[in-house]
Design a protein around this ligand. Structure first.
Ligand SMILES: [Zn+2]
Length: 54
């Protein structure tokens, strides 16, 4: 089984097109480490922003 992902709504499906929005799906295989790193950085920035706003 090959799971695919819709780039438009982020839904996982086995079909070539998204059953929700009809967008063409792709095989999600991003470099996990850099993705996590990105989110970590994003989270840290958000935390900082929230703290400084208050
Ligand atoms: Zn979709």
């Amino acid at each position: 089984m090959k799971i695919k992902k819709c780039p438009n709504c982020g839904r996982y499906t086995l079909k070539d097109t998204c059953p929700i929005c009809g967008e063409k799906t792709y095989h999600p295989k991003p470099p996990k480490f850099s993705l996590e790193d990105r989110w970590g950085e994003y989270r840290r920035k958000m935390k900082r922003a929230l703290k400084s706003k208050k």
